[in-house]
Design a binder for this molecule. Structure first.
Ligand SMILES: Nc1nc2c(ncn2[C@@H]2O[C@H](COP(=O)(O)O[C@H]3[C@@H](O)[C@H](n4cnc5c(=O)[nH]c(N)nc54)O[C@@H]3COP(=O)(O)O)[C@@H](O)[C@H]2O)c(=O)[nH]1
Length: 622
């Protein structure tokens, strides 16, 4: 619509410009013609004066001797003058002496008083004399018809030239206008197209969604919005390069497009986010389509010779069932997608109003968590870690605890993601680090008095904290403030957070190690780091996730054995977490696992309880 209006405006402007150009040409032609007319008339006047002067010079003798024949002979020479109407010679008394005239322009018998000859004629007079004597006058009348004919020819020529020029100008204007219109169309297209996939982009997506929702009352069905977010796109980009990432996006775009009917639309609305707008459609069919989309993206994509698993989280919602406006529909889609991602990725979540309630709970949690941090409502508990062989206490992991005034203990599994999403984790993380380092410094003091090696303190680091530019400075300042030696601190990082920005992560790890801080990869095996990266990470230890430990010794032995032997090859220590049975501990000890952590050996406990545990272990460790 806007394009049409723009084109109309362009045509009106073009016509206006043509009209202005035509008017300018007409005015220029008129000025030129008037100038020509005046110039030609002036030339005729000059020529007439010259002719009259010639007659006056040559006829004086004939007039003096009253030789009319000689005078007539002389005047007859004017028969070949093209403009001459009349040339008459009058004697000193004003009586006609001789004349030559064309038909209808005979000279009067007596010299008429000089008057206006009119526009069609040029009349000049010249005195005839001999020495000082005045013998008479010559009157010469030339016609301006010659000028008129010339002017008519000029007008014709100018008109032809002007029409020709205007025609050429019109063609040029039209061509330029067409080019401008074409360029505008291309720009508009570009502004609404994603250059990598050729799909409509986010801007176009909003427009399309608006149109589809406007059509709903007439089409009678529902409109479905599917938001598709690739789970591993960032990893593909970081590990295989942007070229491979683009290739993956194109393949995903083709895969999603192939699922749609004509008239339905798929758009790329973010780096790794696609939207499918399907209408009209029934809920069950929209659900089936969302399942197909999720499955289609589960299969590997061959990118530059390697199989890449992109997998996707999909959020589905319908208009008007789940939302009354476009904005509400987009929010519902985002909420469903968010739930698909939060519940483990690589899955489909269909919007239900409870999701909004859950989102509201998250918002409330965030507010209360902030308050708890300020009002001292948080605690740090410590879960001991033991040497698998000697079962001596070697360290402890600091774990945050929130005692809510009404709801009691809220699990970190619930509030840590809220804190991560809101950014509050940065402040929370700093607080935990301070508490943990201060506690670790107390353990060092206790160990010094007992003459035993001090237990180390492990602190979880969230991806958000790692992204903070000055995070290492914060750690170093905390160590300095609490007096904990850097070698006693272990930071637990996860594979996925390291893979977010490998180069920065490696830099951070190098700097941390150079300062003596120990590094451990938490939940090893649940992320997607490659062995190539493991080699680049300057770490001290791998931590086996409890999901692997819990099925030991019946299942999971292959994975755990592989991690232990991998750690041995890389000269890393291994901590198995989630050890709940003696059988598991025995198996781990035999498999060569370095340390163990779990409910069997000790649950997370308040600081005081852990200090008592240290006291109880009065024998040397390691
Ligand atoms: N960034 C931060 N993350 C933190 C912090 N404090 C906790 N967390 C993370 O929250 C997740 C849940 O923690 P939590 O509920 O404390 O669970 C920990 C242990 O209690 C639990 N565990 C340990 N042994 C066992 C066991 O034998 N059985 C069993 N069912 N659970 C056990 O495991 C959690 C420790 O996990 P990990 O950190 O991976 O070692 C959790 O992801 C915490 O990381 C914080 O201050 N910052």
């Amino acid at each position: 619509m806007k394009n049409k209006e723009a084109l109309q405006l362009t045509s009106i402007l073009g016509a206006g410009q043509m009209l202005a150009a035509s008017a300018a040409v007409v005015v220029a032609c008129c000025i030129l013609l008037v100038y020509q007319l005046l110039a030609q008339r002036q030339a005729l006047v000059t020529e007439s004066h010259v002719q009259a002067a010639i007659v006056a010079d040559n006829i004086s003798a004939s007039l003096m001797f009253r030789d009319r024949d000689a005078a007539a002979d002389m005047l007859r020479a004017f028969r070949s003058a093209p403009n001459l109407l009349q040339v008459a010679v009058y004697d000193a008394n004003g009586a006609l002496f001789s004349e030559y005239s064309v038909e209808g322009h005979a000279a009067p018998q007596h010299l008429a008083p000089a008057g206006d000859a009119g526009f069609n004629e040029v009349r000049v007079t010249s005195d005839i004399g001999y020495k000082d004597a005045r013998l008479g006058k010559v009157v010469l009348v030339n016609s301006t018809h010659g000028i008129r004919d010339t002017m008519v020819r000029y007008v014709g020529l100018m008109l032809a030239a002007a029409v020709g020029a205007l025609f050429v100008a019109r063609q040029l204007v039209r061509k330029t206008r067409d080019r401008v219109a074409q360029a505008e169309r291309e720009l508009d297209n570009l502004a609404h197209t994603d250059l990598v996939t050729g799909l409509p982009n986010r801007r176009a997506y909003y427009r399309i969604l608006e149109q589809k929702l406007a059509e709903q009352p007439t089409s009678g069905g529902s409109a479905a919005l599917l938001l598709v977010d690739l789970d591993n796109f960032k990893v593909v980009n970081d590990t295989a390069g942007h070229h491979a990432g683009d290739e993956l996006l194109r393949k995903v775009a083709a895969e999603l497009s192939a699922l749609l009917r004509p008239g339905d639309v798929v758009a790329r609305i973010g780096g790794d986010e696609f939207a499918l707008v399907v209408s009209p459609v029934r809920r069950d069919l929209a659900h089936a389509l969302a399942v197909r989309a999720t499955e289609a993206l589960r299969k590997p994509f061959n990118i530059e010779g390697s199989d890449i698993f992109a997998t996707a989280s999909v959020g589905l919602c319908l208009y008007p069932d789940d939302a009354a406006t476009r904005e509400e529909l987009v929010t519902a889609g985002d909420t469903a997608l968010y739930h698909a991602k939060k519940t483990g990725r690589n899955r489909l979540a269909e919007y239900v109003p409870e999701m909004t309630l859950r989102t509201q709970r998250r918002i409330r949690l965030e507010r209360e968590l902030r308050r708890a941090l300020e009002a001292g409502g948080l605690e740090v508990h410590y879960q001991p870690q033991f040497d698998c062989g000697t079962e001596q206490l070697v360290g402890a992991e600091a774990l945050m605890r929130w005692r809510h005034p009404e709801q009691g203990f809220i699990s970190p599994a619930e509030f840590i993601p809220v804190a991560e999403d809101s950014g509050l984790i940065v402040a929370l993380g700093e607080w935990v680090l301070l508490q943990a380092c201060a506690e670790g410094a107390r353990w060092v003091h206790m160990a010094e008095q007992a003459g035993t090696p001090p237990p180390s303190i492990a602190v979880n680091v969230s991806a958000r904290q790692l992204r903070e530019k000055g995070f290492l400075d914060v750690v170093m300042r905390t160590l300095a403030a609490t007096g904990l030696p850097a070698t006693q601190l272990e930071l637990e990082l996860t594979e996925s957070m390291l893979m977010e920005d490998v180069e920065s992560a490696v830099q951070f790890m190098r700097d941390a190690r150079n300062n003596g801080i120990r590094l451990s990869i938490d939940d090893f095996g649940t992320g997607y780091s490659s062995l190539a990266y493991l080699q680049r990470f300057p770490i001290n230890q791998l931590k086996i996730n409890r999901s692997f430990t819990c099925s030991l010794p019946n299942d999971g032995t292959t994975i755990v054995s592989a991690v232990i032997s991998l750690a041995r090859d890389f000269q890393l220590a291994v901590v198995a977490e989630g050890v709940e049975s003696r059988e598991q501990l025995e198996w781990l000890r035999r498999a060569g696992c370095t340390y163990a952590q779990g409910y069997l050996l000790g649950k997370p406990m308040p600081a005081e309880a852990l200090r008592q545990l240290i006291e109880a272990q009065r024998q040397p460790v390691h």
